[in-house]
Design a protein around this ligand. Structure first.
Ligand SMILES: [Zn+2]
Ligand SMILES: [Zn+2]
Length: 389
């Protein structure tokens, strides 16, 4: 019999995201997973949260990055410093045009992007993370009607630096437990189109727009006029900071039991630290779907992840609870009791999370968990279970 103790934490970093899972297994084996690591603004308080979450004794077995927006990656340099090593980083695979657009825009947005060495993270992640870290790319998927590929789980240790794997592939960290990770890099081309529209509406010279996608030095050599740079910043704000076409979701939970030779029993001893959800133990449905800044109008998550729905008890509310990225039907196929953590900064200028979204979830019987920069809003789920071999 193998025992498995999972601690899943949603940290109070404000506008951004920093989520971790520690899997403690028999034989003193401990595995650490992180999904996103950033906040805007990146304060010392946020840096201290990262510093206190891991120590020099800890390896991060896998860091999954939903997308390369500042608020999801800005604290990664701190994570690199505090952990002993980050063994594997899973990134959405970007096209050259996507990299050039991000490079051009982040250079203009804010000096902090330079401090973070963001340009290196986009263009040269191997150098950014160093030689101890292997980078694995998740191929984009645009056509969701393909569903998830049916394949047997790959062992994380068989993945090598620069490998590219299909969206929806199952990754296993440890063979003796029924637990997999399924990253899915959803490609939403509409996002760069909306950004282009914003630029045009604000009077940005139409014929210059393609250069943002083609000339990686455009915002160094050509776009030097302060007024045009401001137009770019305003357009970025106009789309609530979502120009990024990639959004990598992550399912973390049991593999569907039909395919698995391992059966698991959940002890009824799940715990949740939040006050408003004592009616539900997370151990009944230990799986979690992390969603980054996904637009729920574009991807019906509960249909795509249907085979895992009965294990999913937690779904991160995407895009900090933005009204524009919400679609009520997206949650209908999940169990009626569902934790829906949402990360946001209490002083963000976008109005995240939208009150109508939170009210809708509550009236639908879900449990939205509001996580901002206040320490008391941290959510910690403890789940214990045993596997019978
Ligand atoms: Zn984003
Ligand atoms: Zn975000």
């Amino acid at each position: 019999m193998v025992t498995h103790h999972l601690t899943r934490i949603f940290y109070p970093v404000g506008q951004g995201g920093f989520y971790s899972e520690q899997h403690n297994l028999t034989e003193n084996k401990s595995l650490n997973i992180v999904y996103d690591c950033g906040a805007m603004p990146l304060t010392n308080k946020v840096r201290n949260i990262i510093r206190n979450s891991f120590s020099q004794k800890d390896d991060i077995d896998a860091l999954f990055i939903s997308h390369l927006d500042y608020d999801h990656v800005s604290a990664i340099p701190t994570l690199v410093q505090v952990a002993n090593k980050i063994k594997k980083v899973f990134l959405p695979l970007l096209t050259p045009c996507q990299k050039i657009l991000l490079t051009n825009i982040y250079r203009v947005l804010n000096d902090n992007f330079l401090e973070l060495n963001f340009i290196e993270l986009i263009n040269n992640p191997e150098t950014f993370f160093g030689t101890e870290t292997e980078i694995i790319y998740i191929e984009p998927e645009e056509d969701i009607s393909n569903g998830l590929p049916s394949s047997t789980p790959v062992d994380i240790y068989s993945l090598k630096n620069n490998d590219k794997i299909r969206s929806g592939s199952k990754i296993r960290l440890y063979t003796n437990i029924n637990w997999i990770f399924v990253p899915y890099n959803f490609l939403d081309k509409n996002r760069s189109k909306q950004f282009t529209k914003q630029l045009e509406a604000r009077g940005f010279d139409k014929k210059d727009i393609p250069s943002l996608f083609k000339d990686e030095n455009y915002t160094i050599t050509k776009l030097i006029n302060q007024n045009s740079r401001k137009l770019l910043k305003d357009a970025y704000k106009g789309v609530e900071g979502t120009i990024n076409e990639n959004s990598m979701l992550l399912y973390s939970g049991p593999e569907s039991s039909q395919n698995s030779d391992l059966k698991y029993d959940l002890c009824d001893s799940g715990l949740c630290t939040c006050v408003n959800c004592d009616f539900l133990s997370p151990s009944k449905q230990p799986g979690c779907l992390y969603t980054g800044d996904l637009d729920l109008n574009k991807l019906p998550i509960s249909e795509l992840f249907e085979q895992y729905n009965r294990y999913i008890g937690t779904v991160q509310l995407p895009h900090h609870g933005s009204r524009l990225s919400f679609e009520p039907n997206a949650f209908h196929n999940f169990g009626s009791k569902l934790f829906v953590p949402v990360s946001f900064g209490s002083r963000n200028s976008y109005g995240h999370p939208a009150l109508c979204v939170i009210n809708y979830l509550t009236s639908d019987g879900k449990s939205p968990l509001l996580i901002n920069e206040n320490e008391a809003s941290k959510i910690e789920h403890e789940i214990f279970f045993t596997y019978n071999e």
